[in-house]
Design a protein around this ligand. Structure first.
Ligand code: LLP
Length: 414
């Protein structure tokens, strides 16, 4: 058990949440190293000896300590910016295991990635193909590319994080893919080495993933008839986790589906999971500043806010919230848990039954993915610290941001 209860008290590995909050202050993100490792290894072990590469989607949690843990386990990385490339390199990730996704790669980002000799660009448009070709030619270097194909399947998830439909901005139309591969094969300094897709995030139904996978395999066969032979198929990420009552898609089930779809083929299998590796590996600890009882609603005002965790405000996402010291016998009241930011949308949870006192510490669960990476400085709030727990050891892996750091780059005009 990595994040668990012992006699009503929350533990992250062998460290009590109360000790962590006391030592490092709140709000703070706390991650379990063994949880991250276990989740990664579930993918890796499920593939066994099959030629495959798990490319962790850095956007989910890009702290260099997290990246380093995964790099040490042999992970590859899915990046979407030059900034993420720098992070992976700083954490000693292997550039030859990096794939670069995203619809808006700049000239500088492409050049940087070519210099570092990444494995492959997941190309999202015809214009991007031309741009990569021009830059690679200038540098006298070959660029490996795969086309991100939009398979037009409905991933049945939140519309903001669904990406595989024709109306989404991502990828190229599956019906136009063959033509584009032919264009790519003719372009100077471009080597088509793969096919790629990613249909959405927080998916809890494997059927659309299987449909997309089958379409990728079908396309691979079609390309062979055009003498375009690719060496890997990247099936993206998107496995949902349990926030509340969802039934997650287990890593093993997903991999089993891919192994079955790919049973007759020898191309390397790539996947790009983010959330399913780190999502349930982290909690956000926050202190109860005030209790506010009204005639219609009761509020718990905490020291974390929408700038620390945007998911509830942005997607109306549910994150389980409880007290780090739980006493089932105490009378619960119904509360909204809100932050100090001047917006009605600044809530972390609604209508939760809790027994709390001012000064108590609450844990917001399942925040390891898209928590810290989506945080901001709104209301001039410094970003929270991040702590990594390894058995009984707590390592500070990101210092709390100071107010000085917030306006360090600002200047008053004369
Ligand atoms: N590959 C690509 C090309 C992606 O766009 C994404 C996520 C992933 C892989 C990783 O997906 P995952 O395994 O983590 O589901 N901020 C939203 C999630 C946005 C996901 C964007 N793309 C949230 O908080 O739910």
């Amino acid at each position: 058990m990595t994040i668990h209860r012992k006699s009503g008290e929350l533990y992250i590995e062998d460290k009590a949440a109360s000790d962590i909050a006391e030592e490092f202050g709140t709000p703070c993100y706390v991650y379990s190293r063994s949880s991250v490792e276990t989740n990664f290894n579930r993918f890796k072990n499920a593939f066994g000896e099959r030629k495959s590469l798990v490319c962790y989607a850095v956007k989910a949690n890009s702290n260099i300590a997290i990246i380093k843990i995964l790099a040490q386990l042999g992970s590859g990385f899915d990046i979407v910016s030059g900034g993420e490339l720098s992070r992976v390199l700083a954490a000693e990730g292997d550039p030859s295991k990096i794939v670069f996704s995203g619809v808006g790669k700049t000239h500088a980002e492409i050049k940087y990635a070519l210099q570092k000799k990444i494995k492959c660009f997941n190309v999202e448009s015809e214009s991007e193909l031309y741009r990569i070709s021009d830059i690679a030619k200038e540098m006298n270097i070959a660029a490996n590319i795969s086309l991100r194909v939009n398979p037009d399947v409905d991933a049945k998830t939140h519309p903001y994080i669904s990406t595989g439909l024709k109306e989404n901005k991502f990828g190229v139309d599956v019906n136009d893919a063959t033509r584009l591969y032919k264009v790519a094969a003719e372009l100077p300094n471009i080597v088509p080495t793969g096919i790629d897709c990613h249909i959405g995030s927080q998916l809890t139904d494997i059927a659309p993933m299987r449909d997309a996978a089958l379409k990728m395999v079908e396309l691979t066969d079609k390309l062979i008839t055009e003498n375009i032979v690719i060496d890997h198929i990247d099936f993206g990420g998107g496995l949902g986790i349990q926030y509340q009552n969802e039934t997650p898609i287990h890593q093993e089930l997903f991999v089993e589906m891919l192994l079955e779809v790919m049973s007759e083929r020898e191309q390397e299998i790539l996947v790009e999971p983010g959330r399913s590796i780190v999502g349930n590996s982290g909690v956000l600890l926050t202190k109860v500043e005030y209790l506010k009882h009204g005639s219609n609603k009761n509020f718990i005002v905490v020291d974390a806010a929408m700038n620390d965790l945007a998911r509830p405000s942005l997607y109306n996402a549910y994150h389980h919230i409880d007290s780090i010291r739980r006493d089932e016998n105490k009378p619960a009241k119904r509360y909204d848990i809100v932050g100090p930011i001047c917006e009605t949308g600044d809530f972390l949870g609604k209508d939760r039954d809790l027994y709390v006192n001012e000064g108590d510490i609450l844990a917001i669960h399942s925040v390891g993915a898209y928590g810290m990476t989506m945080s901001s400085n709104y209301n001039s709030r410094g970003r929270a610290s991040e702590i990594l727990i390894d058995d009984t050891h707590a390592h500070i892996i990101r210092k709390r941001e100071s107010v000085d750091e917030l306006f360090h780059n600002e200047r008053t005009a004369p």
